[in-house]
Design a protein around this ligand. Sequence first.
Ligand code: 4AD
Ligand code: MG
Length: 430
Amino acid sequence: MKWVYIEDLSKHVSQEIEIRGWVYNKRSSGKIRFLVIRDGTGYVQGTIYSEKKDHPLFQKYDRLTQESSLHLKGKVKKDRRAPGGFEISVSDIKIIQISEDFPITPKKHGVSFLMKNRHLWLRSRKQNAILQIRTELIKAIRDFFDNNGFRLMDTPILTPSACEGTTTLFETEYFDQNAYLSQSGQLYNEATAMAFGKVYCFGPTFRAEKSKTRRHLIEFWMVEPEIAFAQLDDIKKISEDLILYIIERVLENRKTELEILERDIKPLEQVKKPFPRITYEKTIEKLNNKGRSMKFGEDFGAPEETLISEIFKQPVCITHFPAKIKAFYMQPDDKRPDLVLGLDVLASEGYGEIIGGGQRIHDPELLQTKIAEHNLPQEAYEWYLDLRKYGSVPHSGFGLGVERTLAWLCNTKHIRETIPFPRLLYKIYP
Ligand code: 4AD
Ligand code: MG
């Protein structure tokens, strides 16, 4: 008999097949027993019917508990009322293991209990839906860059220098030296961009952030394109195109999961380009008109980001930030050297910053000055300065955080549910 996955049932209507999975739920009514089975790709209901109370399949059914593993054989029937659209009339059950006292029952549990049982919580319907969308999101991101001529360049995780400021570095020993876990692949990407033109890296990044918010992970995944000869305006367009593409893909291929999450998809369908584009200073003005009292040089926090998305109702591109709140490598504005050509894209619906990037300094002397001003050790950046010595060109890039983007797409309040095993402040179990 053919072993098939639940997501492929539509190809096997009226056939005898086998499903291998776990018991999600069960229920009986008179002469019928219902078993909801999950196999990771979906959920399907199996029905067992008999006139006889002691039918052998009923006896097996009685032994089954939540999360017991089994092979289930039967005929696939189309059924409009069934969730997923199919049902199986069960002809045989092979029990693999009876699960005892699965801790996550259909009743409500507290978050800290669920987090401690994250290895089991992953089996729940909503968690499954979020992470199914995550795989689609990652594939869409890769397709976007691969189809647009970008070369994938894997940048190192262990590095001798900081990219995004020295306060959030994870330090480790590297034989007789110190090394850090990568905060961003950007600096290395700048080197590969000079070798390959258009590149992207896509990997885990690490920040020892002492912030306990619903937007911060200690370990998160980031995709980072970098383009030689590109300027600020070029990457505004690419970030818009990328965001529209991933929304389209998720809406197209993950409708069922968005429904499971009860995600109202209208706000996503309404996202269109160009996004509102606004400078940092104009943003401050708008915020202050709405009752805030921000001064030049202050960074946006969660309340400001929420307010911005209420004002615009679309993702927003913010540029021209005060140099002092941004990283050392940012290109200053010609006319206003106190501003840099940074780009942040804020998601709509109050989800805040999902993209950070900008135009990089290409002048060797200026870069050297900035490294000194930021008290960074010159030796560690010699290779980075070389990029400005040998055919230096203006270049730009950005990083999009996978988990922040996914939280927005799924309308999930807390970022901890957007990665299989979140690393959070002081929390590394399981
Ligand atoms: O704005 P960030 O720090 O920019 C960079 O790292 C640049 N070097 C990227 C580049 O230009 N190549 O981070 C970029 C994005 C943020 O917009 C956010 O989506 C995500 O990475 N991010 C985080 N996501 C989860 N938890 C954290 N602690 C994050 N920090 C940044
Ligand atoms: Mg940022």
